[in-house]
Design a protein around this ligand. Sequence first.
Ligand code: DGY
Length: 322
Amino acid sequence: MDNKPVVLVTRKLPDAVEIKLAEHFDVILNPEDKLYSSDELLQLATRADAILPCHTEKFTAETIALLPTRIKAIANFSVGVDHVDLEAAKQKQVIVTNTPDVLSDATAEIAMLLMLGAARRASEGERIMRTQQWKDWSPAFMVGQQITGKRLGILGMGRVGQVLAQRARGFNMCIHYHNRHPIEDKLAAGAVYHDSVEALLAEVDVLSIHCPASLQTKGLINSQRLAILHSNAIVVNTSRGGVVDDDALVNALKSGSIAAAGLDVYNGEPDDINPEYSHLDNVFLLPHIGSATHETRNAMGYRAIDNLIAIFNGEVPKDRVV
Ligand code: DGY
């Protein structure tokens, strides 16, 4: 008799992950990768003991209240958990896990790409090439900024921030950071701590955002804070759109109060993003692909599976958030 717990997988995961998951659990898969509505999700959840979702599924307090009581866990395929009302999950005694560590390299790579793309006007250059508009070369043509030797400000010096700092040191960047508390000297590796966001902004040429989205960080990068940055500054965001006030960033980019931005995450993504971004030459835009490498997506899946195995073995999962 097969009495494996049933796991509802909300999106199409890498084949290797789905195969491994099926070794341990009965699975409800989504081979067509349909984006479920809350009602569809709740309906499917009646057949499951746990859910393995992505950040694309919103677990509001209302949805969590309606989850069948047999649902023991929400084992996310993401490090971010802002799509889950954690307090509601706690009240309902639903375990919530995430997938930290395994996406730090991939996300730091995208932060570097955004930084370089924004600084060297990659978006404009690519557009010129793709539309066959390149007519001339001159010393003044498409001149951008050099990243080498500049000051990088990391807002949120957690796992991704620390990997980015290592990569940026390869460009001889001088690392500054803000966290609620300084990190251990060994991990900081000489990075300069600032005890406020404002103090950090006053000292940097590039700001890279790595703090999670929460009530405390919502709209943290607003017009007052952007005004502290100098006019050649670049803003990079690979964390969550909610940390940035889009109107304020658009205004800063339009007015020239900062030079450029590189963005991978947005308020209202994917289909309700501030339309102004797409009209600006000085932004380099990507569609939330920070963790989108084969290596990382597999590792995220395996990490979620390990968490589920621990939960159904009655152990505390490694990545328990709630
Ligand atoms: C994460 O893991 O949080 C990524 O943004 C994908 O959801």
